[in-house]
Ligand binder design. Sequence first.
Ligand code: CO8
Length: 257
Amino acid sequence: MTNTYIRAFTENKAGVIQLHRPQVANALNRKMVDEIVEQMEAFDRDDSLRAIVLKGNEKAFAAGADIEEMMEDSPLSLELTNPFAVWDRITLIKKPIIAAVNGFALGGGFELALHCDLIVAAENAKFGFPEVTLGVMPGAGGTQLLTKAMGRAKALEWIWLGQTMNAQEALQYGVINRVVAPELVEEETMRLASQIVEQAPVAIRLIKEAVHEAVDAPLIDGLKLERKNFYLAFASQDQKEGMRAFTEKRNPSFKGV
Ligand code: CO8
C-alpha cells in the first residue's frame, strides 16, 4: 500500500511513523489508520528494528477521527465495514511502541496514543475525549484504555465532561510517562527509544506481553505467563550473553536471538 497520510523512516534501530495530514490537525481518516497499522506491522516484522515511534507535528499528534468522513455513517454502514476493527491489530504488535505527543491528542488521536506502550508529551500537550460534545463516545478503545490507566472515577469524569487534560494532569494520573518542553519531545522520545533498543530484544518483548497481561488477566494467569516467559528467556543467546557479561564485568552485546 502506498502511504498517503503518514511518513515512515528508520532511525537508530527504531521505526518512526509520522502522522501527516497537517491541514486537518492530523485528523484520522480510515485510510490513514490502515496505513499506520500496516506500517507498524511492517516495522514489527523487520529484524533490524527494535522499537516503533509514533509522532505527529508541532501542533497536533492527532485531533481525532475525521469528523467529515464519519458524520454520514449509519449503524449498518459501520457494522458492515467495521472500520475500527483494524485497531485490534495494534494490540498484537510485539515491539515497544512509543508515542511522541505535541499539541492535541483528542478522540481517536488520544486513543492512538493510549494504544502505545509509552507516551512522551510536551508541556503544552492536550489530551481528551470530546466525543460527548459531538453526541457520541470513544469508539477505538478510549473507555477501556483510559479507565485501565487512571481508574474509573477520573476516566468517567473526563469522558463525560469532554474536557481536555494537560500534560501535567495526564502525568499525575499515570496516563503518560514523561513531560518535556515542546521542542524536546522528539529528542526525549528518541533518547528513550535508544535506551530500549539497547536492551535484550527477546526480554523486552516477553516483558511487554507479561505487563499487558497484568492489566487484562486475573493475577494467577498473569503469574503463570510471567513464569513461562521467564523460562522462555533462557532459550535466548542474549540470556547467556547478559549473565556472562555480568560475571566478566563488561557490558553485554545483545543480538536479539
Ligand atoms: N476531523 C476533521 N477535521 C478536523 C478535525 C477532525 N477531528 N480536527 C480538526 N479538523 C480541521 C478543522 O476543521 C480545520 O479545517 P479548516 O481549516 O478547513 O476549517 C483544521 O482541521 C484546523 O482546525 P481548527 O481551525 O479547528 O484549529 P484550532 O487550532 O482552532 O483547533 C482543535 C484545533 C482543538 C483540534 C479543533 O480543530 C477541534 O476541536 N477538532 C475536533 C476535535 C474532536 O472533536 N475530536 C474528536 C473526533 S470524534 C472521534 O475521534 C471519535 C473516535 C472514534 C474512533 C477513532 C477512529 C479513527
